[in-house]
Design a protein around this ligand. Structure first.
Ligand SMILES: Cc1cc2nc3c(=O)[nH]c(=O)nc-3n(C[C@H](O)[C@H](O)[C@H](O)COP(=O)(O)O)c2cc1C
Length: 457
């Protein structure tokens, strides 16, 4: 039997997330991302329409330089201004019933003791629907915003994340035993102090005594997502993640990435099915193939290609702002972007690819164009490659999601490729894996009971 795919709305609390410049369209509701009503009505629609999660990407700094400085980013609204996704989720939690609520944060942003407390509070508020996308951060300006001279080297960032999650696992899983919270009116005992423990973490970067200030939440540890693709990043995901975000250019490359990460997970004592993979895709939907293709061209002509370049190059730490869009890629220094450059060259066989091709390639590779039926055919291919879910990228908010819910999901349901909207409220982990808590194969589970005096050596 076909296993239904999961669907998550891939967003950012800003006007320009992935497909840049579309806030200028009449239907570009993301223009008003400061308005909470936009997000509440979208989240309700996703919840009722059968989406499994809303996922917010986030960065805490500028995307490098473009045209020699950062004024361009401000003038274009390139991920500035942007608002905190965690705070936003508390409002969405009380306005939705079943939707998983995922946000992104890196160790750079907050001490793990306080982060653990805020995440646990959100898990209580949402009755167990919180997920965290564990990122290391990758923007130089972000590190400078938090007192560093510049970006911490790549593998050191992952080492930092390793210790960060270790502290969090101790607080979330080990500090409070099951049954510690009594709320016993008779005896006047609120919590059993024998069942609450200090964690006394001492590591390279952190010293945390504990106990965790928040009593166990429905999930304890939030659902853990990750999106790194380097060997170190993949190893981190294989050990820690339950959901992995990928942006593969085709199902075959997705298959390789998925199989490789699952293989490493098994080496670490986990099961291949302990990890679910979410491919990022945008959709252009038509009543006929011709209409869909025409809409795709119209949409592509509205995307701000220079912003696409500024985003990609900025993320790789280079400035292509003084290079015109018609410059051949062969004349551009590909440092930090060689994978992208090679893909574009391979996919532009009959002429010399340019910087414009680079920008268009990014719009096209992660896009599915067609009728609801042919979109379903293509999603079947992604599923056969091992993909568990789709992270739906929007052109406009809320229109892109409304179209998907109204036209694509019903066809997917007929084929068993999408679930019906959930009736019963469960935790997000239960929805994905059938249980509220992390399973015993996850490293965090080792801390359960580990700090009880009888278990301390
Ligand atoms: C689909 C996807 C979404 C991502 N979202 C974010 C994000 O919101 N914030 C962030 O700082 N990094 C984000 N990243 C970057 C990764 O978290 C990671 O830091 C980056 O890929 C570098 O790690 P790596 O060298 O292991 O690939 C994302 C990556 C992918 C593929």
């Amino acid at each position: 039997m076909t296993k239904p795919l999961s669907f998550s709305a891939f967003l950012m609390n800003t006007a320009n997330h992935n497909l840049h410049g579309l806030w200028r369209e009449d239907e570009g509701g993301q223009r008003d991302f400061n308005d909470i009503d936009l997000w509440i009505s979208l989240a309700k629609r996703l919840d009722e329409g059968g989406f499994d999660a809303i996922f917010f990407a986030d960065v805490v700094g500028l995307y490098g330089n473009h045209r020699g400085g950062w004024k361009y980013h401000v003038e274009k609204g390139l991920q500035i201004p942007s608002n905190d996704p965690m705070v936003l989720l508390s409002a969405l939690a009380v306005n939705t019933k079943n939707l998983g609520l995922a946000f992104t944060a890196s160790p750079l942003q907050e001490h793990p003791f306080n982060f653990a407390r805020r995440v646990s509070t959100l898990d209580h508020i949402s009755k167990g629907r919180i997920a965290w996308n564990m990122t290391t951060g990758f923007l130089d300006n972000a590190f400078r915003n938090f007192g560093y001279e510049g970006m911490v080297p790549h593998d050191e960032r992952y080492k930092w994340l390793d210790e960060y999650v270790d502290v969090l696992y101790k607080l979330w899983e080990g500090s409070w035993d099951e049954g510690a919270l009594l709320k016993d009116k008779e005896s006047g005992i609120y919590a059993d102090s024998d069942k609450v423990h200090k964690i006394n973490h001492v590591g390279e970067r952190y010293k945390v005594e504990g106990p965790h200030l928040v009593a166990p939440t429905p999930q304890r540890t939030p659902v853990l997502f990750q999106a790194g693709s380097s060997p170190t990043g993949r190893d981190f995901a294989a050990r820690n993640a339950e959901g992995v975000f990928i942006k593969a250019p085709n199902p075959e490359i997705a298959r390789k990435q998925i199989e490789e990460t699952r293989r490493i997970a098994i080496q670490h004592g986990r099961d291949g099915k302990d990890l679910q993979f979410y491919q990022g895709l945008s959709f252009v939907i038509g009543e006929t193939e011709e209409e869909a293709q025409r809409k795709a061209i119209e949409l592509e002509n509205k995307v701000d290609l220079e912003m696409m370049v500024a985003h990609m190059a900025g993320g790789a730490g280079i400035d292509l702002g003084n290079v015109s869009l018609d410059t051949p890629l062969d004349d551009v220094d590909s440092q930090g972007m060689s994978t992208f450059f090679n893909w574009v060259k391979q996919n532009t066989p009959k002429r010399t690819p340019t910087v414009e091709d680079l920008a268009r390639y990014h719009v096209r590779t992660i896009r599915v164009v067609g009728t609801p039926e042919s979109i379903a055919d293509q999603l079947e291919q992604w599923q056969k490659a091992g993909v568990d879910g789709i992270n739906v990228i929007s052109a406009t908010i809320p229109g892109s999601y409304e179209e998907f819910i109204d036209h694509v999901l019903p066809v997917l349901r007929q084929r068993g490729l999408a679930r019906n909207p959930d009736e019963e409220q469960t935790t997000f982990r239960n929805k994905l894996f059938g249980e509220d808590r992390l399973n015993k194969r996850h490293p965090a589970s080792e801390y359960r009971g580990a700090f009880a005096p009888k278990n301390l050596v």
